[in-house]
Design a protein around this ligand. Structure first.
Ligand code: ADP
Length: 274
């Protein structure tokens, strides 16, 4: 099999998505230690000449804590209010941490349908390009006041896998990294089956691969593997490699960019691959 990992080392533009389970503790509070490490790794990548976009979840959880909810908010409006408060706090934390390494952040709140309207898509793309030129780190989240589909469909917090894929397409990224609470895609849910095997490389997203992802996600997370497979379809069909890896040690991003065999690589379609 061709070593698709080799080209990962030369990825210049990288989108990193971190899931709720990776950013928060089981009680819903932010894992600041994890966030600090992620910021350090990303700052170092920008130092080395890479262009980075961070797609971050966590706003509803943070807002929920701030507003003193002891149980999860029930209505969509309450969740939107939590997201609105939490987003400010989250951005404040990122801004402060990236600032320690000399970097400025820019907030971009998007809805996934932005890709369906060429003028809007161009506007967003122009914003990203200008931020890249100025070495400002774009931080993206779903615009929860405008888009309720994620909040509505999902019992706990919003999910950003598909949004991250849309961002990778708009920015024409070389690589999308999704960090989750799991080492990669397995042939069945490893949280339920001890004999599950990790898949190192997916050249084509077949029905069999989709079947592997049928298991549900974790309690605080949302989409499980299914939304990650959907994201992989969008990214790879648009020429962007996707690697799913474990967020527990954010330094894994360096291993990924050293072409090491970590996580699961979903190979970009070669006719489209840059
Ligand atoms: P995140 O918040 O990082 O997006 P999720 O909880 O939504 O994470 O998704 C990751 C979870 O998906 C894993 O913890 C695991 O329980 C579940 N899962 C279901 N099927 C699979 C599979 N085939 N391979 C790996 N994980 C799976």
């Amino acid at each position: 099999m061709k070593n698709y990992r080799e080209r990962i080392a030369s990825a210049k533009r990288i989108v990193l998505k971190i899931g709720t389970t990776s950013l928060t503790y089981d009680n819903g509070n932010l894992n600041l230690n994890r966030i600090e490490k992620i910021v350090q790794v990303l700052s170092d990548l920008v130092n080395s000449g890479k262009e980075i976009v961070l797609v971050t979840s966590g706003a509803i959880g943070v807002g929920r804590s701030k507003l003193g909810y002891t149980t999860k908010p029930q209505t969509i409006q309450e969740k939107q209010a939590c997201a609105s408060v939490g987003q400010v706090i989250l951005m404040n934390i990122y801004s402060r941490l990236f600032g320690e390494y000399g970097y400025c952040v820019g907030q971009i709140l998007l809805t996934k349908d932005v890709i369906e309207n060429q003028r809007r898509k161009d506007n967003v793309s122009n914003t990203f390009e200008t931020l890249f030129e100025r070495k400002i780190i774009p931080i993206v989240n779903e615009n929860d006041s405008v888009s309720i589909e994620e909040i509505e469909n999902i019992p706990r917090f919003g999910d950003n896998d598909n949004l991250a894929a849309v961002v990778a397409v708009i920015t024409q990224a070389d690589l999308l990294i999704i960090l989750s609470d799991i080492d990669g895609l397995y042939d069945k849910n490893p949280k339920e089956f001890l004999d599950a095997h990790k898949i190192s490389c997916v050249e084509e997203i077949t029905q069999e691969i989709e079947h592997f992802a049928q298991g549900s996600g974790s309690d605080f997370g949302t989409g499980g593997m299914q939304t990650k497979i959907m994201a992989a379809k969008v990214a790879t069909s648009n020429g962007c490699d996707l690697i799913l890896a474990n967020s527990s040690k954010p330094q894994i991003i360096f291993d990924i960019l050293d072409s090491k065999d970590v996580g699961t690589l979903f190979v970009a379609r070669r006719d489209n691959a840059r």
